[in-house]
Write a protein that binds this ligand. Structure first.
Ligand code: DUC
Ligand code: ZN
Ligand code: ZN
Length: 478
């Protein structure tokens, strides 16, 4: 087994930073050493197989993106990143583990949905991967099947209060699924938007001829997110289920989470880079290029982008600082403009919902360190350590310490990353929602279980490097 020493860098954890050398043996970290790496009188650097010079750089635990949708069937098409392309792009961006969503729909068996996701991913991933289970059809069979998911290493499931006729669960179904969550310790992940009300508003807008992508965000008003978040909280309170609200974008939804947490309820929330940096106003103003006003389709996702004037983006950053939100995931769900997003020309309801960001999450969140929105330690906590703790991976992932997997990123704070179209990103899309973003930092080297998979702007990994992560229960259960 090869030994590696990462030397000269500053090791950053969720609780502090210090100059230290990281010793790796095979797939594991075996030591975090004083700089200079003398161990029992031996010069460690002279005796290892490989030395990685991290002088002037940060050494952080690999990113964990706990919300991705490779190949998700949606709106008559499917998310364009496969497990192969999406996880490779993740690696480029310093993410070394993902948790994707296996899908069960009405009339289908939960076991079959999970098996299908194993088949898509196995042998194809560049980095380690786990699954949550989407339960899109809550009935007696699926409720019974859900109880054995923790034994399969799937310790969380997602329900949708949106998308009637597709993934939607009504309150009775949510209540029953949350009872399973309470009994098993599985985390209930909630897409909290009032889908039936949104569908009425969307129909009325289309009837008025308001069909541009921008109206997607008007139909999915923040009141719909606030209301559904509150309802999810109350159903979780009633049942005693641990609740994790995904892709929070409305400041009023954060207020609901903070209110419940202040009362001692076990609820958590994530936001995504798009809700920190992008806005409804910019989506409205996007009229460049070949797509004209349809350009806004690049930023159609759900929950939608929110108004900057109303202060949602500032509220998300604040909540990340105050721990009213605990994590940042991407909700990576990429669709090309050609043949995919363009299905919604003339009717925003037909635009497949989703943005691709898996490659940029670590960089985009580091930009928050540069601008002073969050600290360096909080960057690591939001993108790696808390995801590991929240989703039953901590110790193996999310931390640089002896015994942990050697998933390590060497990040150069003096480097630079320009985000452009296809030429500069590695996701499978024909565009980028992040085009034009400039990052004051750069992912230099990425190790996945001890193997260097990205170094000096070159991809050195291989399809099939990644293994399935059998997850334990969340550390956040009480
Ligand atoms: N939101 C998206 O933007 N895409 C897929 C599903 C979801 O909830
Ligand atoms: Zn969702
Ligand atoms: Zn999602």
């Amino acid at each position: 087994m090869a030994t590696t020493l990462i030397t000269g860098g500053t090791v950053v954890s969720s609780t502090g930073r210090a100059p230290a050398d990281v010793l790796i043996d095979g797939e594991r970290i075996v030591g975090v050493l004083e700089p200079g790496s003398q161990l029992l009188g031996t010069d460690v650097a002279a005796s290892v197989d490989r030395v990685i010079d991290a002088t002037g750089k940060y050494v952080i635990p690999g990113g964990i993106d706990a919300h991705t949708h490779m190949e998700l069937p949606f709106g008559g098409t499917a998310a364009i990143d496969t497990f192969e392309t999406g996880t490779r792009a993740a690696a480029w961006g310093g993410t070394t583990s993902i948790i994707d969503f296996a899908v069960q729909r009405y009339g289908e068996r939960v076991q079959d949905g999970l098996a299908a996701w194993h088949e898509k991913a196995a042998g194809n991933c560049a980095i380690d991967y786990g699954f949550h289970q989407i339960v899109g059809g809550v009935d007696d069979d699926s409720l019974a099947a859900m109880r054995s998911l923790p034994d399969e290493g799937v310790s969380s499931f997602k329900l949708f209060m949106a998308y009637p006729g597709v993934f939607y669960s009504d309150d009775a179904q949510v209540l029953k699924a949350m009872q399973v969550s309470r009994d098993t310790g599985m985390l209930t992940m909630m897409h909290a938007e009032n889908g039936p009300a949104i569908d009425v508003l969307a129909q009325q807008l289309v009837d008025q001829g308001k069909t541009d992508p921008y109206y997607h965000g008007i139909a999915r008003a923040w009141e719909m997110e606030e209301e559904a978040t509150h309802r999810a909280i109350m159903l979780a309170k009633l049942t005693g289920a641990p609740l994790y609200v995904v892709h929070v974008s409305a400041k009023q939804a954060v207020e609901q989470l903070a209110w419940a947490r202040d009362k001692g309820q076990n609820v958590y929330g994530e936001t995504c880079p798009q809700y920190l940096y992008l806005s409804l106003e910019e989506q409205l103003g996007a009229k460049s290029g070949e797509w004209g006003s349809f350009e806004g389709a690049k930023w159609v996702c759900s929950t939608p982008l929110r108004s900057r004037e109303e202060g949602h983006q500032d509220a998300m950053w604040q909540a990340l600082r105050t721990n009213d939100l605990q994590m940042v995931s991407t909700d990576h769900c990429p669709f090309c403009m050609k043949d995919q997003k363009e299905l919604g020309v003339g009717d925003f309801r037909k635009i497949p919902n989703g943005i691709g960001s898996i490659e940029h999450r670590m960089d985009l969140m580091y930009q928050g360190v540069v601008t002073g929105e969050i600290t360096l330690e909080r960057w690591v906590e939001l993108t790696s350590t808390t995801p590991a703790r929240m989703f039953g991976l901590y110790g193996t992932k999310g931390v640089i310490q002896p015994g942990a997997d050697a998933d390590v990123v060497v990040y150069d704070p003096y480097g630079h990353t320009s985000i452009g179209m296809g030429k500069t990103h590695h996701m499978n899309m024909d565009h980028s929602a992040w085009e034009g973003f400039e990052i004051d930092g750069h992912v230099d080297t990425v190790l996945s279980r001890g193997k260097v998979i990205v170094d000096d702007n070159a991809y050195l990994g291989a399809k099939g490097d990644g293994r399935f992560l059998k997850r334990g229960l969340s550390q956040y259960l009480i």
